[in-house]
Design a protein around this ligand. Sequence first.
Ligand code: NAD
Length: 281
Amino acid sequence: MTVVILDGKATAEKIISALKVKVSALRKKPGLGIVTVGNDSSSEIYVSGKVRACERVGMTAKRIVLDEDSTQDDVMNAIDDLNQDRNVHGYIVQLPLPKQIDASLVLDGILPHKDADGFSPINMGNMMAGKNVLLPATPKGIIRLLDEYKIDVSGKHAVVVGRSNIVGKPIALLLQQRNATVTMCHSMTKDLKKMTKQADIIVSAAGKAGIIKANMVKKGAVVIDVGISKEGDTIQGDVDFEKVKKIASYITPVPGGVGPMTVVMLLENTLECYNMSNMID
Ligand code: NAD
C-alpha cells in the first residue's frame, strides 16, 4: 500500500501565506498575548515558535513572563491586564502551570472573545453545542489537515487515544460532529490494541513514545500522531512511524505533522479574536 504522508508543515505554510494577505489588509495589527509561568524548557520552545509565527504573518506578540513561584493572584492580575489591553486581541496562558496555580480558575478568567486557545469554559461549551468559534488549536489543526487531504471521516470508526481537555476530548467531539463513530481510549483502557485495531482513523495523543505499534493498526487506517516525547535531542511521536507507515493509508510525521498546524490555528484564532473585538468596540 502506498502511504500518503500528511504534510502539516507544507499545509501550515499555505495557511500562513493566506493569513499574511488578510492581516496586511487590516487597519491595525492583530495582537496575541502569551503568558508563561516558570521555566519549562518545552514551553519555551513552543512559545518562541508561536512568537516567530505571529511576526511572520504581521501580528504582534506580547509576552508576559512570570516566575516559577508566582501566586494565583499574580497570574490572575496578568490575565486582568490582558483582558483590558486593547492591543491584545487574543491571548493564551501556556500550559502546564506550576502546581500551586489552579489552571481552571485561570481559564475561567479569560474573556471568551479573547480566548485564543479556546480553553475557557464558555468556548468549550460552545464547541460542545456545535457552535464552532475559537476551537482549541490542535484539534482544529487536525481537522484542517484531514480536510486538506480530502479525508472524509463520515461513517468511519475513529479511535482517539487520550482524553485531555486540550486534545483528546475536543478532537473526539469534532470527529463525532463530522459523523465519525468515536471510541475514546485512555490510560485505564484495558486492551488498547483491541480498540486501535478496529479503527479506520487513529488519533493518538497519549504522549508516550511509540505506544502505537504496527500490530495495533488496521491495514489502510489513517494515523494522526499528536504525541511529542523528548528523547535526548530528538522528539518522537506516539506512533512507531517507520513500521506503521507500511500499513497506513495516511500518516502524520513527528515533527512536521500536527505541530505546525497547531501554531497556525492559533494565529487564525487570533484573527478571529481581532474580528470579534471590532464587533464589540
Ligand atoms: P495529557 O498528559 O493531558 O493527556 C494524556 C492522555 O493520554 C491522558 O488522557 C491519558 O489517560 C492518556 N494515556 C496516557 N498513557 C496512555 C496509555 N498507555 N494508553 C492509553 N492512553 C494513555 O496530555 P495532552 O496535553 O493531551 O498531550 C498529549 C500529547 O500530545 C503530549 O505528548 C503533548 O506534548 C502532545 N501535544 C502535541 C501538540 C502538537 O501541537 N503536536 C499539542 C498539544 C499536545
